[in-house]
Ligand binder design. Structure first.
Ligand code: PBG
Ligand code: ZN
Length: 324
């Protein structure tokens, strides 16, 4: 007698009955880029990310409405300001581009769950995620107050959740305190807890114009070789009050996702980043891979590794085609 594993693979219905991992629209978050400027075009294609756009405020409202009609339930907002400065002032301006976008989305689509990325790199002229000193070092503690102001300004604009992505030490605690002291004790924080210094962010940095002008992010983002360090980062963020933890990127770090799932009880998100998207998308466009099948396989793999939520640029495409 040998094991007849094929008995459970004979029909689509049976395969679905015995499927261990499912993908549901409620588990997916769609990222959007919103560009400041009254004369910004409604949507500008992002060359490095085929099928993704930089939207004006109007363009964003239209795209988000269409996507909500397809079944997109939540989104993650990134802002592209008109002006950048050394201290990233646009990140925490009450009338900043993300703050305006949040207000507009919550006014027009109250049921859409709006998450904001909290960081300074899109808003600083040097492109780093915190303040920089004369020697080019990225300063940790002086950056915390600005990150807290950014998160608070997003909350005041009406964001449903804030997601700090800067990787400064101590930011979750400082943000949690700022929210609590200003009437936002109920607002959840999703921490980019284990965020690696990854080559896979390249297309995003082109999209957001946020590549560092000098140096790199290795003094604050994690070394991709490290697994145990991710557990320390996540534990610290939970201690400081994170509600949802995140591993980023997703595909190259499935072991870290699994380890985080097995170690911590908190909801776990994974970010399938721009480079992961572009690899599949570009190979699909060249006819070298079945884009939809590869996209679905990558997402189910991230879920199987243990992620509860996945941030993915494929969310809209897959919903539009009825594949989720
Ligand atoms: C900002 C931020 C980045 C991403 C999310 N938030 C870029 C970076 O850290 O350089 C990357 C997302 C992606 O590549 O899709 N800190
Ligand atoms: Zn950043």
């Amino acid at each position: 007698m040998f094991h007849r594993g094929r008995r459970l693979r004979g029909t689509a219905v049976l395969r679905e009955m015995t499927r261990e991992t499912r993908l549901h629209p409620s588990q997916l978050i769609m990222p959007y880029f919103v560009q400041e400027g009254a004369d910004a075009p409604e949507k500008t294609p992002i060359a490095a990310m085929p099928g993704q756009f930089r939207y004006s405020l109007r363009g964003l409202a239209a795209a988000a409405a269409a996507d909500a009609g397809l079944g997109v339930r939540s989104c993650l907002l990134f802002g592209i300001p008109q002006k950048k400065d050394a201290a990233g002032g646009g990140a925490y301006a009450a009338s900043g581009i993300v703050q305006q976008a949040v207000k507009l989305l919550k006014d027009t689509l109250p049921d859409l769950f709006v998450v904001t990325d909290v960081c300074l790199c899109e808003y600083t002229d040097h492109g780093h995620c915190g303040l920089v000193d004369d020697n080019g070092s990225v300063l940790n503690d002086p950056s915390l107050e600005l990150l807290a102001r950014t998160a608070l300004s997003h909350a005041e604009a009406g964001a449903d959740m804030v997601a700090p992505s800067d990787m400064m030490d101590g930011r979750i605690g400082v943000i949690r305190t700022a929210l609590d002291e200003n009437g936002f004790a109920s607002l959840p924080v999703m921490s980019y807890a284990a965020k690696y210094a990854s080559a896979y962010y390249g297309p995003f940095r082109e999209a957001a114009g946020s590549a560092p002008r000098f140096g790199d992010r290795k003094s604050y983002q994690m070394d991709p070789a490290n697994r145990r360090e991710a557990l320390r980062e996540i534990a610290a963020d939970l201690e400081e009050g994170a509600d949802i933890i995140m591993v980023k990127p997703a595909g190259p770090f499935l072991d870290v996702i699994r380890e985080a799932r097995d170690t911590f009880d908190a909801p776990l998100a994974a970010y399938q980043v721009s480079g992961e998207y572009t690899l599949i998308k570009s190979a699909g466009e060249l006819g070298r891979i079945d884009e939809n099948a590869a996209a679905l396989e990558s997402l189910v793999g991230i879920r199987r590794a243990g992620a509860d939520l996945v941030i993915s640029y494929f969310t809209r495409d897959l919903l539009r085609q009825g594949l989720l």
